[in-house]
Design a protein around this ligand. Structure first.
Ligand SMILES: NC(=O)CC[C@H](N)C(=O)O
Length: 365
């Protein structure tokens, strides 16, 4: 299939900037918000992370596909990114355990992508101009036509996406009869979060995004987990209400990423779209309570409004980002509820923050 990589493809940004590259994956056209991830490994986990739904991913690591695709190394059952932009798209792979090539994987799942892009130049450009929509095409070479299509793509600001990636039916994980039971509100949950719970003797039930607190209570959980997920947290009043009900009922609660943003919103702290998101595996975060630094895995394009957190009398800050001082963790005063903006399940990434899962299990005692 290597002939495919020789076909031309275009990446057009919403501000009119054009990049020329080669077709990768399926031949076609795709749109989404463009973002970049600086992780040096873990492309498969990135592709399948439901938080990336609707986004075109630029990988700054120069080699993508070189260790192939292994069916079990996924964060959800399908590829969630809208498309990939990379430098070297390697169809040949060198790992014995791999099941297939990136090209077969992308073609099976209809993922349109572009390679042979100067990703350093592109990332520098996006960093300067901020998040914006983009279109990739390996079938339409007419820029005006691409512009027309790109104009119809909605902004990520104000977009609710969790209900498109959440499970439609509840399901269980872990071993029944385990030490603790949790209810997981699935807004786009990553499999490695559930693995981290089941490895800690936790049995759980995963519920669709729009499940109410009363419905989850029927499972009689010891605590509630609010998951990561795509889209704008402020466009999810249904989930904000659920979090408010969990807090009002004084139940233990832990939130990751989107779950962190929803815990803030439930405490009247607004969120906002970031100029550029945090996406990578080496973001330094200071744990203010323990006075130590954690190297963290991150993937978010929205954040909680720092001044509002600092002014709040309902929550206290537990973690701060050492690159830009943004708020990375909060806990609710007088309640058993806390959340982090980064990814302690870090799949892939450093394991510095795994203790947060232990903290939550202890909190349910
Ligand atoms: N990983 C996540 O949960 C992302 C949360 C939210 N969609 C954001 O981009 O900020």
């Amino acid at each position: 299939m290597s002939y495919l990589t020789k076909l031309p493809a275009i990446l057009l940004l919403a501000d009119g900037t054009v990049f020329h590259g080669k077709a990768a994956g399926k031949i076609g056209t795709t749109t989404g918000e463009i973002c970049f991830n600086t992780g040096m490994t873990g492309y498969q986990e990135i592709f399948t992370d439901p938080s990336y739904f609707g986004q075109i991913m630029v990988t700054t690591n120069a080699h993508i596909g070189n260790y192939g695709i292994r069916k079990e190394e996924v964060e959800s059952e399908q590829i969630q990114i809208a498309g990939l932009v990379c430098k070297n798209y390697n169809i040949a792979y060198s790992r014995k355990q791999a099941d297939e090539s990136i090209q077969d994987y992308f073609q099976e799942q209809n993922i349109v992508s572009i390679s042979d892009i100067d990703t350093r130049q592109l990332v520098r450009y996006i960093r300067e101009k901020g998040a914006m929509n983009a279109i990739i095409s390996s079938e339409i070479m007419d820029i005006d036509e691409l512009k027309k299509r790109l104009d119809q793509v909605p902004s990520m600001d104000g977009l609710e996406l969790s209900s498109q990636v959440s499970t439609t039916e509840p399901y269980h994980f872990g071993t029944e009869g385990a030490g603790k039971r949790i209810a997981v509100l699935d807004l786009g949950v990553k499999k490695n979060i559930l693995r981290n719970f089941s490895h800690r003797d936790v049995y759980g039930k995963v519920f669709p995004a729009k499940t109410t607190f009363a419905e989850m209570e029927e499972f009689a959980p010891d605590g509630y987990f609010i998951s990561n997920g795509p889209g704008d947290p402020s466009a999810m009043p249904y989930a904000i209400d659920t979090v408010k009900e969990i807090l009002a009922a004084e139940k233990p609660m832990f939130g990751i990423c989107l779950g962190h943003q929803l815990l803030a919103l439930a405490n009247d702290i607004p969120t906002k779209k970031m100029f550029n998101g945090h996406r990578g595996l080496n973001h330094p975060v200071k744990n203010i309570i323990k006075n130590h630094c954690e190297v963290t895995s991150q993937n978010h394009g929205f954040g909680v409004v720092q001044e509002a957190v600092r002014a709040s009398d309902k929550v206290e800050i537990t973690h701060v980002n050492l690159n830009d001082q943004s708020i990375e963790g909060i806990r609710v005063k007088g309640k058993k509820a806390f959340s982090v903006q980064y990814h302690p399940e870090s799949s892939p990434g450093p394991h510095d923050s795994r203790y947060l899962f232990d903290d939550f299990v202890d909190m349910m005692e």
